[in-house]
Design a protein around this ligand. Structure first.
Ligand code: ADP
Ligand code: MG
Length: 325
């Protein structure tokens, strides 16, 4: 089967490291292997695939390593840790996707681009950091950390209730976009914008990494738009999006127009930090010229592209007939 469509596939946390496992390297590799087998099937159907991914657990572990080893080696800042996870996960995806493609008789290069994403220094998000990252801290560790400029938030109880929070600014520009396009044009399957991309600002002609985390779904939407992709496929751990999620009134949705999506988002059906940014990403992508976006699980990804599973977000300006009754 052949299609000429480009699909940007955003791999969520559990497509890379299954939370039901012990989190070992062997489990990490097994999970990536499973995800790559699914992605390979999509490529085999003729889609031009570009991959983005989250990095939450991986960057969390790296930050713990920085903290625990700081007496031995200088700790690395968040932007460098983010870049490291792009290499780490990109490497594993390159290896496992190549193997999965080879099993299907497809020889295609798979390549990772360490991606910087420009954010605005005056993004209001810097004034109210919300994204918890890295290790948990005890009360007595607080003064020193706050002296370092960390913003801490009480997120739990017990001996270590504090956690660092950083800003989650809007992605404005993908610095390496032209290189990504060139690689795609040369026939490569590109992995880019891992972890939402490394957030950078431009100041007096220089680029500088900042201590922030860009939402990976919003970065994926920007990438998909810049590439002129037809489809944005956001893979997470639910098969479909629901209204009244997790309550007795829960209803799963097969299809949502952009205006319905925005309405339900405003009504609070999709919380920030989980489903909210996915819906926002889908809206931005479709409004920016994309054909449609899907939110589904890795298992249902193939069926979703056929219109047989998942939640589709599409333009559909027509008011629904039921709205008039
Ligand atoms: P990922 O790490 O895969 O990018 P997240 O864990 O941030 O994704 O967000 C996905 C989660 O959002 C789901 O596992 C689900 O628990 C939660 N969620 C919140 N609201 C909804 C909703 N309205 N419909 C479906 N899932 C929802
Ligand atoms: Mg998650």
């Amino acid at each position: 089967m052949s299609t000429n469509k480009t699909v940007v596939i955003a791999l969520g946390g559990n497509a890379l490291l299954d939370p039901n496992t012990n989190g070992s390297v062997a489990e990490q590799i097994r999970t990536v292997e499973r995800s790559c087998a699914r992605v390979a099937q999509i490529i085999a159907r003729g889609y031009h695939v570009v991959i983005t991914h989250g990095n939450g657990p991986q960057v969390g572990n790296l930050l713990i390593q920085q903290e625990e080893a700081k007496k031995l080696v200088p700790p690395l800042p968040l932007d460098i840790c983010g870049a490291m996870t792009q290499g780490q996960l990109g490497y594993l995806i390159q290896q496992k996707l190549r193997e999965a493609l080879a099993r299907l008789g497809i020889a295609k290069p798979v390549v990772t681009v360490v991606t910087q994403v420009r954010v605005d220094r005056d993004d209001p998000a810097f004034g109210e950091p919300t994204k918890p990252i890295g290790p948990f801290y005890a009360e007595r560790e607080r003064p020193l950390l706050e002296q370092k400029g960390y913003v801490l938030k009480r997120v739990g109880k017990g001996a270590k209730p504090w956690r660092r929070v950083v800003a989650s600014p809007q992605p404005k520009e993908i610095v390496e976009i032209e290189s990504i396009k060139a690689l795609i044009a040369a026939g490569a399957i590109v992995i880019a914008c891992g972890g939402g991309g490394v957030p950078v600002v431009r100041e007096d002609g220089r680029w500088r990494g900042v201590e922030a985390v860009i939402d990976k779904d919003l970065a994926s939407a920007l990438l998909a738009e810049e590439l002129g992709a037809e489809i944005l496929l956001i893979l997470t751990d639910v098969d479909r999006v629901a209204l009244f999620f997790g309550t007795p009134q829960q209803v799963f949705l097969d299809r949502l127009s952009v205006s319905e999506a925005r309405k339900y988002l405003l009504e609070g059906h999709f919380p920030p930090g989980s489903m909210g940014p996915k819906i926002e990403a889908a809206i931005r992508f479709v409004e920016g010229g994309g054909e449609r976006a899907y939110i589904t699980s890795l298992e249902k990804a193939g069926e979703a592209l056929e219109g047989l599973a998942g939640t589709e977000i599409c333009r559909g300006e027509d008011p629904s007939p039921t709205a008039q009754t």
